[in-house]
Design a protein around this ligand. Structure first.
Ligand SMILES: Cc1ncc(COP(=O)(O)OP(=O)(O)O)c(N)n1
Ligand SMILES: Cc1ncsc1CCOP(=O)(O)O
Ligand SMILES: [Mg+2]
Length: 202
């Protein structure tokens, strides 16, 4: 079953993303998405992904790779998360096989319906709120925008500015789960933050 809490790695310089991953996994995070900053060398992405993938195996968690089907294949990840400028879902499916988990980014109902037709397993919907983690995003869609994309037949994972306090309204709007960077990676205690998010999602 697809995890309801997707924790994305925060590989910005000066952060110990592996230590955060270990703490979140130990606290029960069911799914990690390995995401790196633009411009990271393939070799570094590969090494980092392999490390997180190995940790996920230890804790029985799902490991997805953001953007890169080749890295997912190389580290034998469980799947990928793909956006508008990444390989199409259909191509990733051909390369990764029927059992791979493939997520697609969408902002509205039309995008979510397209992801469904293309064979995605879930949609990452957002940005739901303002976030400082990623630049260049369109205006937040809010819970009302999420609601439109959350009812097309694919589990909707709300992303962008998700905090513990916002989980109830996202669930109310139809979210199956949430994806977070800051709420876990910037928490004083990533393990405690993970447990609180899991409780709110249960
Ligand atoms: C669960 C989830 N939803 C959305 C995204 C965003 O993907 P994308 O639009 O391709 O942007 P980048 O993350 O690649 O910068 C995501 N990663 N995960
Ligand atoms: C990768 C991505 N795509 C849309 S918002 C976002 C970043 C989410 O980070 P945070 O949970 O810190 O707002
Ligand atoms: Mg992407």
């Amino acid at each position: 079953m697809l995890g309801r809490l997707h924790v994305l790695t925060d590989a910005r310089p000066g952060r110990d993303a592996v230590a955060v991953a270990r703490a979140a996994l130990a606290a029960g995070a069911p799914l990690f998405q390995v995401r790196v900053e633009d411009g990271v060398h393939d070799r570094d992405f590969l090494d980092f992904a392999a490390e997180v993938r190995a940790l996920c195996r230890v804790y029985g968690a799902t490991c997805l790779i953001n953007d890169r089907v080749d890295i997912a294949l190389a580290v034998q990840a469980d799947g990928v998360h793909l956006g508008a400028f990444d390989l199409p879902v259909s191509v990733a499916r051909r390369l990764l096989g029927s059992s791979a988990i493939i997520g697609a980014t969408s902002r509205d109902a039309a995008g979510a319906r397209a992801a469904l037709v293309d064979g995605a397993d879930y949609v990452g919907v957002g940005p739901c709120y303002h976030t400082s983690t990623k630049d260049g995003l369109p205006d937040p869609i809010g819970p009302a925008g999420l609601e439109l994309a959350a009812h097309v037949g694919l589990p909707a994972i709300a992303i962008g500015g998700v905090t513990l306090e916002r989980v109830p309204e996202l669930l109310e709007a139809g979210a199956y789960g949430v994806a977070v960077v800051g709420a876990v990676n910037s928490a004083d205690d990533p393990g405690v933050a993970t447990k609180a998010l899991l409780k709110a999602l249960s």
